[in-house]
Structures are given as C-alpha cells and as structure tokens.
Design a binder for this molecule. Sequence first.
Ligand code: CU
Length: 268
Amino acid sequence: MGLALLAIIWLITFASTYFFIAKTWWLPAGMSVAAPAIDRQFTVTFIAMGVVFVLAQCTLGLFAWKYRDQGSATKVGYSHGNIKLEVIWTTLTAILFIGLNLMGSPIWAAERFEPAKPDSVPVEITGMQFAWYFRYPGADGKFGKTDPKLIDPSSGNEAALGIDTSDPAAKDDVVSGTMFVPVNRQVDMTLRAIDVIHSFFVPSMRFKQDAVPGLAIHMHFTPTQVGDYEIACAELCGLGHYKMHGMVKVVSQADFDKWIAEREAAKQ
Ligand SMILES: [Cu+2]
C-alpha cells in the first residue's frame, strides 16, 4: 500500500510538472511592450514554485512509503512538532512570497500607476452583460457625457452606453464593438462596467484588469505587432459569460486614422 501511494503521488507530480515544462496550455505569444518582462516574471515564479512543488511532493511520496504500516510489532511515535523547523520553513516561504511580489510589482504598476503618455490613444472600454464596447472621443479628444437613464443595451453601441447626444462633446464620439488601436502607440484605457464586475483580458497583450460598476479605471498598454487578438471576460459575470469575447485589431496608424474617419463619416 505504501509503495502504491508513493507511485501514485510521484506519477501525479511528474505528469503535472511535464505539462508546465512542455507548455501544453500556455499563453499565446506576447505582443505588447510589457509582455517580455511579464513572461520573465512568470518563468521565474514557475521555476521557483516548481522546484518547491517537486521536492515537497517527492518527499511526501517517500514518507508515505517509509512510514507505512509495518505490522503491529512497531511502536507508534507521537510528535508535538518542531518549532525550529516551523520557523525555518515559514521564514523561507515568506522570503519567497514577498520577494516574488517585490520583483513583479514594478511591472504591474507601470501600466497602472504611471500616467499614460501625452500622445497615447484614448479608448473607453465598457463591459456589460455580455458584450464589450469601445468608445473613441473623436477630434475634440473629449468623451461626451453619459447618463444611466439613457442606457439601452438592446439598441447597441451609443445607446448601450447611454451617451447623452445633447452634449456637444458626444457628437463626435465613436462607439465600436471591436477595438481598433494603432501599433506601437500607447493605448490609454478607461475601464467601466454597467452592471456587474467584468474583467478585460487580452492574453496576447498580457493584460488583465477588472471593470467595476461605478469606477473609471485608468490603465495603458502598448501593442507592438499588427494583428487580431482575442479579448475574453475573465470574471464570471452571468449566464452569458462564456460568450463575452471580442477582438483587438492592432493596425497601422494610417489604417487606424482611416477607420476612425469612416466611423465619423457614418455618423453624419
Ligand atoms: Cu463579463
């Protein structure tokens, strides 16, 4: 029985470790300025945690076998613990945990606490059950007023966000169900939610942030490669959560300007 337990524990340990090393289920290639640093941090964390995991599980398997039931002849020994050992492994865990946090926090904070560059592209991102909407402020650079009383999700786009069309700043606002951004320019996001908490997750950009009703959360990322990238909602937000996805289309500056101009023209 002890030997069977050892075999099962080791098998589970090595099989699950294999999938991490082989990267069987992994993120798509990183396509933002922050991606290489985030991937490096991921790797460091996985290696450190992987070593601890494999050592701990192998020891567990070994002990399950070593201290197996060897018949009634052996006397059972009781232990009241070992304070010295407990202090050592708690300290080591704390150093590892706090150390990884300190290493990762500047990368995390750079997209959140540092203000966006002056030449960034402003996009307001709104999550609602079960769609994402993207608003661009137009030539005036200002987002028009919104009013909760005007929100009509069934009408989509402008009406779904409750944009107050009597506000002059709202006249040139463009709303889209697909996110268009120019390549190599910082995207200055304002994240909002209409109903419940959603989470704006773009795996290729290594970007994930909750959108919370009542809050306007400011963040930024910089895409580095033209292409189409998937957006998912990473917060269980209701029955339609599974279909709450969208696309980020990273295009050249010229294509972006053309797209915005077409959308503006369609509004007239
Ligand atoms: Cu959602």
